[in-house]
Design a protein around this ligand. Sequence first.
Ligand SMILES: [Zn+2]
Ligand SMILES: [Zn+2]
Length: 298
Amino acid sequence: MTTEAHRAREGVNGWWAVDALAPGVWRIAEPGHVASFLVEGDRRAALIDTGMGIHPIRPVVSSLTDRPVVVVNTHHHFDHVGGNAEFDEIVIHAAGADRLAAGASLDLVPRYLPYAEAAAAAFTAYEAADRTWFHQLTDDRRVRPLPPGLAASWNIRPTRATGTVVDGDEIDLGGRALRVIEGPGHSSDGIVLELAGERILFGGDTVNTGPTYACTPDSDVAVLAGSLERLASMADRFDLVACCHWLVTVVGPEMLRSQAKGIRDVAEGRADLTPAVDCLGVAVREARFDGYSVLVPA
Ligand SMILES: [Zn+2]
Ligand SMILES: [Zn+2]
């Protein structure tokens, strides 16, 4: 890697963590916040989500591929569209295009700041214990503290989709393609993306480790259970499921089966729920399972 490319990947204060999941497939993580993914075909590359918009993502992408880039948003939430304005071509589910253009989620940014600051502070103690005792943390799992003064400067601009997709559509990249699978429940415009024939699934916020949010105004836990049951029925097609949040962002297909059962149990009232708070400071109830949890409205 050239020094310039290395600098682009490190970003300001080592913000980004970039690694290859497969040939021409990269995870572009903002650890502790969100992960985006880049898939390079012969003709063009797809950037699956554009991150937080805290630091520019385009230089990172340009250090990895020289192909034209199409952004594919897994849904319209602010933490997945922050860098959209850096790109010309943007695809989202048909149900998300208006909300992307409206920028309706922008008020969430100031509410996220206290959560991210608390997480960074908690991580300091966690990291110290890890160094002494546990030795689990690698760079892609080191929570990035927010840059100073971010509250005044962080601005996620509304953007317009240049194309929309629905279930079954294929996004052809030349020699490889992303197949759209609708995955509503976390948000009504949620999609997951299958890298066709290559046994990789990109889960968006439909499949996550850590807390799975079925608690937003746009969420429906019964719908989410149905989405996970459909994905679980396809689990034999995947070796790797790439997720967007928390510190474990690559898991195996067994997570699909586990979540299908757990989220259905939550939807049908069979899970134990305890009071919790989500990343926007909203009171919720949480059902905990091995490797993930489910948040529903309080
Ligand atoms: Zn989301
Ligand atoms: Zn998210």
